[in-house]
Design a protein around this ligand. Structure first.
Ligand SMILES: Nc1nc2c(ncn2[C@@H]2O[C@H](COP(=O)(O)OP(=O)(O)OP(=O)(O)O)[C@@H](O)[C@H]2O)c(=O)[nH]1
Ligand SMILES: [Mg+2]
Length: 303
């Protein structure tokens, strides 16, 4: 990369965009608060336990928060989506989500074909979509197969087991295995920690293999903190004990957070631009009857 561009990147800072999708009540909004370590989405009324739960998300809401990861500032944009139900027609919700993802590609596409570029254009393409799988303990549901299959062509899907504290360790292990069997069987395109035989060193290969073996990541979301042995931990409390968010024995939250916001952030961005966007662009231009030229000066607008 030429130094001028690198310098520009540094000045602009890192930017990453994440979307959360899944059935209603699966803890998507809670997860966002847990990830950002703040109440990005505040609960309405703490005094009334009936109202203390997070309100249902009603529209697609992009929100940018600044966080510090490994000593580096990161502007994290998160797009929360309304969860879909079991009985109502879910198609319109699905098209809103797909439409949003494609709109971000269209914005970049339009910019690429302008003669005079807008240096302030923000790139809001979704770099990863966390798909919240309902923890049924059985296998993937029809709707999850359908949605992931269709979205996977446009965005890096990272499948996660929502509310993993509701399954016992044995149930969780078996559920994870069946989900991965379904993903293979239905040929669902997910982000699979690809390895570059030529470029990746041994350590990276090992790390990717380990992360892949954890799929789908089991997560627990909670904003509640309790003191255990003098340590403040984020957890969900039960009469029989606590399920800790940041404890790798309890769930994969911390590994997911690290891969998303640090170790695999650039890879997710690269795949979004080099493969998923490129595919969209080719399809769109050929549908419109254009010859498909090579994208030029992409770095310029990418930043
Ligand atoms: N057991 C358990 N409950 C959770 C977890 N995460 C969230 N919840 C609870 O599940 C309920 C729904 O959480 P939300 O974060 O509002 O779920 P959502 O996916 O945003 O729901 P919609 O906006 O309706 O799609 C709340 O009562 C949360 O406290 C989790 O990891 N485990
Ligand atoms: Mg919500």
């Amino acid at each position: 990369m030429p130094t001028t561009i690198r310098r520009k990147n540094l000045k602009k800072g890192l930017h990453f965009t994440l979307m959360v999708v899944g059935a209603s009540g699966m803890g998507k909004s809670t997860f966002i608060n847990t990830l950002c370590e703040s109440s990005v989405f505040p609960k309405t009324d703490y005094s009334d336990p009936q109202k203390a739960a997070m309100p249902k998300t009603l529209s697609l809401t992009p929100l940018t928060v600044e966080i510090e990861e490994e000593g580096q500032k990161l502007a994290l944009t998160i797009v929360d989506t309304p969860g879909f139900g079991d009985n109502i027609n879910n198609e319109s919700g699905f098209y809103d989500i797909l439409g949003y993802i494609e709109q971000q590609y269209d914005d970049i596409l339009a910019e690429e074909s302008r003669i005079k570029r807008n240096p302030k254009l923000s790139d809001n393409r979704i770099h990863a979509l966390l798909y919240f799988i309902t923890p049924t303990g059985h296998a993937l549901r029809e709707i999850d197969i359908e949605f992931m299959k269709r979205l996977g062509a446009r965005v890096n899907i990272i499948p996660i087991v929502a509310k993993s504290d509701t399954l016992s360790p044995k149930e969780l292990a078996e559920f994870k295995q069946r989900v991965m069997e379904d993903i293979a069987f239905y040929k669902i395109p997910i982000y699979n920690f690809p390895i570059d035989e030529e470029d990746d060193d041994e350590e990276t290969v090992e790390e990717n293999n380990e992360l892949r073996s954890l799929l789908p990541f089991a997560v627990i979301g909670s904003e509640e903190e309790v003191v255990i042995n003098g340590r403040r931990v984020r957890c969900r409390q039960y009469p029989w004990g606590v399920a800790e968010v940041d404890n790798v024995q309890h769930c994969d939250f911390s590994k997911l957070r690290y891969m998303l916001l640090s170790s695999h952030l650039q890879d997710l961005k690269d795949i979004t631009h080099d493969i998923l966007y490129e595919q969209y662009r080719t399809e769109k231009l050929s549908k419109e009857g254009h010859d498909v030229p090579h994208a030029q000066d992409e770095e310029e607008i990418l930043g």
